[in-house]
Design a protein around this ligand. Structure first.
Ligand code: PLP
Length: 393
């Protein structure tokens, strides 16, 4: 063919992380038998949808099968009933949003990847380590990326101190994947002040907000000034187990503009052109997840995962292993003991404890020498894993 392709794709490193993990586990299983291996590497939920969500899905599906209640294309920005439910969800944290600032999506990943469509050539600032979609989607667009480094000294919560003062698009993730580290109000305020002072935009990913159990902010809009510098992308994947059901949202405050142009207008145009909305049954399911009964079920599920995370954290504390997360997050991020590298510790854990985790370097340079364990296994498996960890750490 004589067409030109997007050469920027060659800049993206193939992420072999999870296939390398699977390969090593397969090889180990072949040589030693695969019994009793506990998987604590997955970032996917394991508990099923709550009954209130399933009823809403079922009822909406029945409606789709009757002429009187059948619905065709959904509104591209989301049904009002779901936007109302999202608006109420924010109001409970004291955040007032307008309905038209809320855009329903099929999950956070799509919007994180798509937001580059409405932005031009900007300097990009991304924390390291973090969810790789921020950097990969910007590399695909040919943008220049700088990293702010997370490390033991800053508790994997980098601040803007020392960052060159110029406008950036800044990606933030709190609670963070993979470190579980969560900004407090002061930490977020520093970034909001930096963004306001430099004319930067913050893209705030709050996919894990419902795991927060203390008084840390769930939304960037709980911080004064954020409406003038931030958009927020959220999801029901981890809150309500929607990883396979697919629903999330993006909030773009009306105030945000670059020159004369309002970002909300660009996003409306982008979505109307390239997106045809989320299915009616899924939006009814999302509405149910955000109802009083639905949120109570979410809290129960999250309490289950959080208990697993607390068990993992407890054994690490007991053994004097440095870690972050485990409190407001399903992730526990630990420093590999005895100066081991991430992959060295992976092999050590697999061989001596038959536990599979995720080597930290898959999430950025600063992940080298660190390791992620997740709380998404069953309680029984987590308990068994903790006993094994106690023996080998
Ligand atoms: N943001 C972060 C930080 C994540 O870890 C994930 C998924 O693991 C997502 C977004 C993707 O969420 P969704 O399932 O809504 O696409």
């Amino acid at each position: 063919m004589n067409i030109k392709i997007n050469e920027n794709f060659s800049l993206i490193k193939e992420n072999y992380l999870f296939s390398d993990v699977a390969k090593r586990v397969n090889e180990f299983s072949k040589a030693n038998g695969g019994r009793n291996i506990i998987k604590m590497g997955i970032g996917d939920v394991t508990l099923p949808l709550s009954s209130v969500v399933v009823s809403a899905l079922a009822q909406a599906s029945v409606e789709m099968g009757k002429a009187e209640t059948f619905r065709g294309y959904p509104p591209e920005y989301g049904y009002d009933f779901l936007r109302e439910a999202i608006k109420r969800h924010y109001l409970e944290r004291g955040v007032v949003l307008r309905m038209d600032e809320i855009f329903v999506s099929d999950g956070a990943k799509s919007d994180i990847g798509n937001i580059v469509d409405i932005l031009g050539k900007n300097d990009i600032l991304i924390p390291d380590p973090v969810y790789p979609v921020y950097s990969d989607s910007n590399l695909m667009s040919g943008n220049k990326i700088s990293f702010v480094k997370g490390c033991g000294e800053n508790g994997f919560l980098p601040s803007p101190v020392g960052v060159e003062e110029k406008p950036y698009v800044i990606y933030m993730c709190s609670p963070n994947n993979p470190t579980g580290a969560t900004y407090d109000r002061r930490g977020l305020k520093e970034w909001v002040d930096f963004a306001l002072a430099t004319g930067s935009l913050i893209v705030f990913d709050s996919a894990y907000e419902y795991f927060i159990s203390d008084d840390k902010p769930h939304s960037i809009f709980e911080i004064d000034g954020a409406r003038d510098c931030a958009i927020e992308i959220c999801s029901l994947s981890k809150t309500a187990g929607f990883t396979g059901t697919r629903c999330g949202w993006t909030v773009i405050p009306e105030e945000l503009s670059a020159g004369e142009t309002k970002l909300i207008k660009l996003w409306q145009r982008r979505q109307a052109t390239k997106f045809n909305g989320v299915s009616y049954p899924v939006q009814r399911a999302a509405e149910a997840a955000l109802s009083t009964e639905g949120l109570a079920a979410c809290r129960e599920q999250i309490a289950y995962y959080r208990k697993n995370a607390a068990m993992i954290s407890a054994v690490l504390s007991e053994k004097g292993v440095y870690f972050t997360g485990g409190v407001n997050s399903p992730y526990v991020w630990l420093k590999c003991p005895n100066g081991m590298g991430s992959w060295e510790f992976f092999d050590h854990l697999l061989k001596n404890a038959r536990i599979v985790g995720t080597p930290g370097e898959g999430f950025g340079e600063m992940g080298k020498g660190y390791f992620r364990l997740t709380a998404f296994s069953s309680y029984e498996n987590t308990l068994a894993a903790v006993e094994r960890l106690r023996k080998i750490l």
